[in-house]
Design a protein around this ligand. Structure first.
Ligand SMILES: Cc1cc2nc3c(=O)[nH]c(=O)nc-3n(C[C@H](O)[C@H](O)[C@H](O)COP(=O)(O)OP(=O)(O)OC[C@H]3O[C@@H](n4cnc5c(N)ncnc54)[C@H](O)[C@@H]3O)c2cc1C
Length: 389
C-alpha cells in the first residue's frame, strides 16, 4: 500500500491528525495495535482548553462537545481547610470544557468511519524504517499476514510506550525526566459531582481532586503511595479517605456509589527532544508526559497536531517545508511552558513528606501569593486555560 502519511496510533493525537489531513485531502492511514473497543474503554483526561475546542471545530467534530460538554468558568482550591475560587474567565477571558477523552476519541472515530478513511486496528509488530531518507516504510502484521505501507511521512502518535520514539537512534534524541514519589488513585462513578466546578485539594494527608465527566458521572482522585495496589482499595476505603481530605461542606454534599473504574497512575514529567527526525514526526505522549495536575496531557497532544497538520498541509499545497522545519521548535516551546505549569501545580498541591515543614510553609506562602496578587492569580489562570498556539 502507498499513502502520503502513515499515522501510528489511534489515540487523540493520531485521530485528530487523521481527521485534519482527511479534510485537507491528504491520504493517510492509521495503524493501531489495540482494538477499537479497547481504545474507547481507556479512561483518561477530561478537561479541554479553549484552543482544543477550536481544534475540534476545525476538525468538524465538535457537535456533541457543544451539546454535552460542560463549560467551566473557574475552579476551586481547598487549602488549609478553606476553599478559594480561581475565576478563570474573569482573570483570563477564557474558559475550559469538561468533556471526556473517551468522548473526543468516539467523535473522531465516528468521523473517520463516516469518511471511509483507512484504519487498521489490532495491527501487530508495527515497525518503522527509512525515515532518515526519502522513502519511509511501515511494516505490520495483521491476522498473521505481513503488510508494508510506503509513505512520504510517518507521524509517531503512538503514546509513551509506542514504537516510534525508541526507533530513533539513541544519539539523536535527548530525554529529560522527573518522576514524582507518589501516584493518583482514581475512581470513576455514576454519581453527581460534589460541586459544579473542579476542586483541587491540598491536605496534610495528601492531594485530592474532585472532577467530573458529566452532570451524572464523577471522577475523583487521591494522592497515593507508589507501592499501593488498586486491589487494596475497596470503594468504601476510597470514599472514606476522600472525605478525610475534604471540607465539611464537601463531605455533606459528596454522593458515593460503586466505582465503574478504579486505577493508579504514576506521576511523571518527561520530554524527549527534538520531535522531528527526517520524515518521522512525533506528536503527543510519544514525545512528552506531564503530571495530570495541570490538565495538560490531552491538550498538548492537540497543540502538537495543530503544528503538524499545518506543516503537512503547507508541504502538500505549496511544496514548501517552512512549517515542517519549524515543527519541533514551535511544539517544544509550548510543551516546556506546559511542563513548567504542571510541575508547579504538582509542587503547590501535593504532600512531599521529604520536604518537611519548610516545604509545607513554602506551599502556603506560594498559595497566599496567588490569593493576594492579581498578577499571580492571572498567571495561574492563563496557564490553566492554555497558552495560545
Ligand atoms: C492513566 C492515564 C490517565 C490520564 N489522565 C489524564 C488527565 O486526567 N488529564 C490529562 O490532561 N491527561 C491525562 N492523561 C494524559 C492523556 O490521556 C494523554 O496525554 C493523551 O492520551 C495523549 O494522546 P496521544 O494520542 O498522544 O497518546 P495515547 O492516547 O497514548 O494514544 C497512543 C495510541 O497509540 C497506540 N500504540 C501504542 N504503541 C503502538 C504500536 N507499537 N503500534 C501501533 N499503535 C500503538 C496505543 O494503543 C494508543 O491507542 C492520562 C494518561 C494516562 C495514561
Amino acid at each position: 500500500m502507498r499513502v502520503q502519511v502513515a499515522i501510528i496510533g489511534s489515540g487523540p493525537s493520531g485521530l485528530l491528525l487523521g481527521q485534519l489531513l482527511h479534510l485537507a485531502g491528504i491520504d493517510a492511514i492509521i495503524l493501531e495495535q489495540r482494538s477499537q473497543e479497547y481504545v474507547l474503554g481507556r479512561i483518561r483526561a477530561g478537561v479541554l482548553e479553549q484552543c482544543m475546542v477550536e481544534m475540534m471545530e476545525r476538525a468538524q467534530v465538535a457537535g456533541r462537545l457543544h451539546a454535552e460538554g460542560l463549560v467551566h468558568h473557574g475552579f476551586e482550591i481547598l487549602f488549609g481547610g478553606k476553599r478559594h475560587r480561581i475565576d478563570l474567565h474573569g482573570l483570563s477571558g477564557k474558559d475550559v470544557w469538561v468533556y471526556g477523552q473517551t468522548e473526543v476519541t468516539r467523535d473522531l472515530m465516528a468521523a473517520r468511519t463516516a469518511a471511509g478513511a483507512k484504519t487498521v486496528y489490532e495491527a501487530e509488530n508495527v515497525s518503522i524504517h527509512g525515515f532518515e531518507g526519502t522513502k519511509p516504510l511501515v511494516r505490520y502484521t495483521k491476522d498473521g499476514k505481513q503488510h508494508e505501507v510506503e509513505c512520504d511521512f510517518i507521524a509517531g502518535c503512538d503514546g509513551f510506550h509506542g514504537v516510534c520514539r525508541p526507533s530513533v537512534p539513541p544519539g539523536a534524541i535527548t530525554e529529560h525526566e522527573r518522576v514524582y514519589p507518589f501516584g493518583w488513585l482514581g475512581v470513576l462513578a455514576d454519581v453527581p459531582p460534589v460541586s459544579e466546578e473542579l476542586i483541587y485539594v491540598s491536605h496534610e494527608r495528601g492531594f485530592a481532586l474532585c472532577s467530573m465527566r458529566s452532570r451524572t458521572r464523577s471522577r475523583y482522585y487521591i494522592q497515593c503511595s507508589l507501592e499501593d495496589q488498586v486491589e487494596n482499595w475497596s470503594d468504601d476505603a476510597f470514599w472514606e479517605e476522600l472525605k478525610r481530605r475534604l471540607d465539611p461542606a464537601g463531605v455533606a454534599r459528596l454522593v458515593t456509589g460503586p466505582s465503574i473504574e478504579k486505577s493508579i497512575a504514576p506521576l511523571r514529567s518527561y520530554v524527549a527532544e527534538p520531535m522531528r527526525f527526517g520524515r518521522l514526526l512525533l506528536a503527543g505522549d510519544a514525545s512528552h508526559i506531564v503530571p495530570p495536575t495541570g490538565a495538560k496531557g490531552l491538550n498538548l497532544a492537540a497543540s502538537d497536531v495543530h503544528y503538524l497538520s499545518t506543516a503537512l498541509i503547507e508541504h502538500y499545497r505549496t511544496g514548501r517545508n517552512t512549517e515542517l522545519d519549524a515543527y519541533s521548535g514551535k511544539c517544544l516551546r509550548r510543551i516546556w511552558q506546559a511542563e513548567r505549569f504542571s510541575w508547579w501545580m504538582t509542587n503547590l498541591l501535593h504532600l512531599f513528606p521529604e520536604n518537611g515543614s519548610f516545604g509545607r510553609k513554602m506551599q502556603a506562602a506560594e498559595f497566599d501569593y496567588v490569593l493576594t496578587s492579581r498578577a499571580a492569580a492571572t498567571a495561574l489562570a492563563e496557564n490553566y486555560v492554555g497558552l495560545p498556539y
